[in-house]
Design a protein. Structure first.
Length: 274
């Protein structure tokens, strides 16, 4: 506990002394808002008995293959996730990040692997967020008739039955009237059109030295953000890693490791630093 307090103090000092800061947020950030990650297979099967019957795993459904071959299930899976994200809300940690960005740092940026859109929904500046795996609140054409994508915030969007986990009444592409799909980088996905504007904003932010990177809720299964942290560390950036599971620090290996859930950590850091 004492050691924990000492690290919290050191992290608060880092925060208070940093001007350019990069937030690297992953599943653990959303988990505190009750957004399921589907990495817990038992929980997933319990939620979706029809998928268990057909042995359709989360990775199978989150794929262009599923949108072509088991379309009612594929859209039901995303419709369920949109409704779930809509029923929950961004926790206090999101608002603390936004406040820090506005009041304390010269320049900051959020790079997230989450697709729930919670950073933007919580009010983060639109040109300061990179959703590297896309967002469930945008759609693109399943047939990729163009590289366009568009906002779609309606809930519900499709009709669906929880009993069968089948959806109907799919959204359409406004250009060619083919069925639309989430603007999300799915598994085995060569058809995701990406977000060039977010990409440009992120690359621009990376042009100048970054004092501090804050890695939040990352998992060994999707280490995208960990590798960015490791790269920045080699260039002199300090890294704070927030995660209740100490084994997740094996990639970044930072001395500033806070074994806490994301919301609790941001509240504690906010009190200690500002
Ligand atoms: Zn189209």
């Amino acid at each position: 506990m004492e050691k924990h307090k000492e690290i919290l103090k050191q992290c608060a000092q880092l925060l208070a002394n940093s001007q350019r800061v990069l937030f690297l947020t992953s599943a653990g950030m959303s988990a505190d808002s009750n957004i399921p990650t589907f990495r817990d297979k038992d929980g997933y099967w319990r939620n979706f008995p029809p998928f268990k019957e057909k042995n359709l795993e989360a990775q199978d459904l989150a794929s262009p293959w599923a949108f072509r071959n088991v379309l009612p299930h594929a859209w039901a899976f995303y419709e369920w996730r949109r409704r779930n994200a809509d029923e929950n809300e961004p926790h206090e940690g999101y608002r603390i990040i936004n406040r820090w960005m506005e009041e304390h740092f010269n320049e900051a940026f959020i790079h997230t692997t989450n697709t729930d859109g919670y950073h933007l929904l919580s009010g983060s500046p639109i040109d300061r967020v990179m959703e590297v795996h896309g967002s469930m609140w945008r759609l693109q054409c399943l047939e990729v008739c163009s590289h366009n994508f568009w906002d779609e915030l309606a809930v519900p969007l499709c009709e669906m039955s929880h009993e069968t986990m089948k959806a109907w009444g799919y959204p359409k592409c406004p250009h060619c009237h083919a069925i639309a799909r989430p603007h999300i980088l799915m598994f085995g996905d060569g058809e995701y059109v990406g977000h060039p504007e977010q990409e440009r904003n992120f690359q621009r932010f990376l042009q100048e030295p970054i004092d501090l990177a804050i890695l939040v809720g990352s998992s060994g299964a999707v280490p995208t953000n960990d590798y960015i942290a490791v790269h920045l560390q080699s260039q002199g950036t300090k890294v704070i890693n927030i995660n209740p599971d100490p084994s997740t620090n094996s990639i970044a290996g930072t001395e500033y490791f806070l074994p806490m859930t994301s919301e609790a950590a941001f509240i504690a850091l906010n009190q200690a630093a500002f």
